[in-house]
Design a protein around this ligand. Structure first.
Ligand SMILES: NC(=O)c1ccc[n+]([C@@H]2O[C@H](COP(=O)([O-])OP(=O)(O)OC[C@H]3O[C@@H](n4cnc5c(N)ncnc54)[C@H](OP(=O)(O)O)[C@@H]3O)[C@@H](O)[C@H]2O)c1
Length: 256
């Protein structure tokens, strides 16, 4: 049966929704009603697009690593699409947030989003600077959220306190962090990876709605580095690889 307005139950007509879809990068997509999340008033569609994936993972990661009041949280890749959300949401949970990013402009942004302290990843001594910034009786992080991977992520494992939590979910550096699992076991550090942030439909709906509700009330700010029309998707990817942008890069379908 051809799809179109006639196939959409009346109560959904005209509503603003998002969904995970198969075959995105398209002007139109089909989604099951059960997979829709309503975008609340107070949140524009670009903001929702910036949250539909990263907001879910950010909320899921903070639940997974049980970030709570007083936790010292180290966030690597803090100026990226998910990093900018993690900084805000961890701050909202009353954690002490130390954000690692590259260069003054990105550091200023993450501080503005709620980081208690910032460390420039290009510093040769960034590990000791981060240790000092995390503070505590035993200097270090209760939770490390590694959205970068590679050598940077691996260098952060020693920053985790005994009995802490470390999530190696990111690989923009080219690969996930090669972690010393023996060290982690010996020191009672709980390790999480990309497989731990694959959520089922119920969690997906809950984390998406939570992120939208936070953004609609202004407590969570989706950071959009640049918006590209769909026809310029290749340039959008080049911009991400160039690492000049902050937050999320959004592709927009221009309605004709
Ligand atoms: N978004 C999600 O829902 C989700 C889910 C699961 C896993 N992940 C993974 O988590 C990671 C972070 O996601 P994201 O959405 O925040 O990505 P993103 O927006 O592309 O941000 C990546 C960050 O990593 C930093 N980075 C460090 N070394 C880099 C390198 N060699 N090349 C590129 N960037 C580098 C960049 O900041 P600087 O340039 O300042 O260093 C940038 O802020 C990705 O690997 C992604 O696949 C994401």
């Amino acid at each position: 049966m051809p799809w179109g307005r006639a196939c959409v139950p009346g109560e959904w007509l005209g509503r603003r929704v998002t969904s995970y879809v198969t075959g995105s990068y398209a002007e139109r997509a089909v989604a099951a009603v059960s997979a829709l999340t309503v975008v609340p008033d107070g949140l524009d569609l670009r903001g929702a697009a910036a949250l539909v994936h990263d907001g879910v993972t950010a909320n899921g990661l903070l639940d997974l690593t049980a970030v709570g009041p007083g936790d010292r949280v180290l966030i690597l890749g803090a100026s990226g699409g998910m990093g900018t959300l993690l900084v805000q949401l961890a701050h909202e949970r009353e954690a002490r947030v130390v954000a690692v990013a590259r260069g003054d402009a990105k550091l200023a942004l993450v501080r503005d989003l709620g980081a208690d302290d910032v460390v420039d990843a290009t510093r040769d001594d960034w590990v000791s600077a981060a240790r000092k910034a995390l503070g505590g009786a035993v200097e270090g992080a209760d939770v490390v959220l590694d959205g970068v991977g590679g050598g940077l992520g691996a260098a952060a494992l020693p920053l985790t306190v005994d009995g802490g939590r470390f999530s190696a979910h990111g690989a923009p550096s080219g690969g996930f962090s090669p972690l010393d699992t023996e060290e982690a076991t010996r020191r009672g550090i709980e390790l999480f990876g990309i497989a731990d942030v694959q959520f089922g439909p119920t969690d997906l709906r809950r984390f998406t709605s939570d992120a939208y509700a936070e953004a609609a009330t202004g407590r969570l700010r989706p950071v959009i580095g640049e918006v590209f029309p769909l026809e310029r998707a290749a340039q959008a990817h080049a911009a991400i690889e160039g690492r000049g942008l902050v937050g999320k890069v959004v592709l927009e379908v221009v309605q004709v």
